[in-house]
Ligand binder design. Structure first.
Ligand code: PBG
Length: 329
């Protein structure tokens, strides 16, 4: 064989694949079961309130959030992630772990109405603290008290499990919270409750719109003392390793798109079920561009979801979860 012929034969042939063949050799697939839909339930409202910075996303009343959960399940969504907005905030986040807090009531109602839906709860204190930080604050010194916050986080997780949550998802980033939560859950008889930890959570501008939705913007300072510096990848791996040692069952990387490298490295290094959070800012940017006719929403979203799966995500938390499962049909 002369070299010219060889070159000809070794030319990449993919451009000639027919659609059917392209489908056969596709490496990555996305499935309805991969998607987790975040839902906001508020104790302060009489009917749903649109989040201006997140078109298509709402705060719902208790009754409405149950309907939303049922409708999402009917569409084919398998799991939801619940965030609560309480009527009262204080310096101890009492409504975060109140037996009749808004999330606890919502979990009970959803589990009764849609038992097959996997209910995940966000375990954090920021929505319940008058200052909007994720832990107990020492206002004078302007910082967050890590160890003092652990007990409240663990109480919050146990109250969610008691209400029927299948998975608790600590998003606060206090050190040692996975262990504290695991110990309290086991002690209270919830050995089967799963922990999905926001293991590598970066301090990010992409959370901006979420803070409108969850009414959780910090009143002073920022979250830099407990969320990670976006310049650090090795640190992210150390954070994930710690959470796994503390017995996290599922680890999450957040935000999503700007951190695909982290996602890839986490999946490669640990091979644990790995989730990614396609956060509010990522959502709002695409929505805004789509509303202006500058981008095709559906195609952009599907490409993004494929990118998450390709980078190693097993689970994707996204405000588009319902759209995606419908588009997959
Ligand atoms: C904190 C929490 C945040 C998000 C999820 N849980 C915000 C923050 O850390 O400031 C952000 C999610 C999003 O932007 O979509 N409880």
């Amino acid at each position: 064989m002369n070299t010219a012929t060889f070159a000809q034969h070794s030319r990449p042939r993919r451009l000639r694949y027919s659609p059917a063949i392209r489908d056969l050799v596709r490496e990555t697939t996305i499935n309805a079961k991969d998607f987790i839909l975040p839902l906001f339930v508020s104790e302060k409202i009489k009917e749903k309130v649109p989040i201006e910075s997140m078109p298509g996303v709402f705060q719902f009343t208790l009754e409405e959030v149950v309907e939303q959960a049922a409708a999402a399940a009917a569409d084919g969504v398998r799991s939801i992630l619940l965030f609560g907005i309480p009527a009262n905030k204080d310096e101890k986040a009492e409504q975060a772990y109140a037996e009749n807090g808004i999330v606890q009531r919502a979990v009970r109602a959803i589990k009764k109405e849609v038992p097959q839906l996997v209910v995940i709860t966000d375990v954090c204190l920021c929505e319940y603290m008058s200052h909007g930080h994720c832990g107990i604050a020492d206002r004078e010194r302007g910082h967050i008290l890590n160890d003092e916050s652990l007990e409240l986080l663990a109480m919050t997780a146990v109250s969610h499990a008691a209400a029927g949550a299948d998975i608790v998802a600590p998003s606060d980033m206090m050190d040692g919270r996975v262990r504290a939560i695991r110990m309290e859950l086991d002690g209270a008889g919830f050995e089967n409750t799963i922990i999905m930890s926001y293991a590598a959570k970066f301090c990010s501008s992409f959370y901006g719109p979420f803070r409108d939705a969850a009414e959780s913007a910090p009143a002073f300072g920022d979250r830099r003392t407990y969320q990670m510096d976006y310049a650090n990848a090795a640190e992210a791996l150390r954070e994930v390793a710690l959470d796994i040692e503390e017995s996290a069952d599922i680890v999450m990387v957040k935000p999503g798109l700007p951190y695909l490298d982290i996602l890839w490295r986490v999946k490669e290094a640990f091979e644990l079920p790995t989730a990614v959070y396609n956060v509010s800012g990522e959502y709002s940017m695409v929505k805004a561009a789509a509303q202006n006719g500058w981008i095709n929403e559906r195609e952009t979203v599907m490409e993004t979801m494929m990118a998450f799966k390709r980078a190693g995500a097993d689970l994707i938390v996204t405000y588009w979860a319902r759209d995606v499962v419908n588009w997959l049909k």
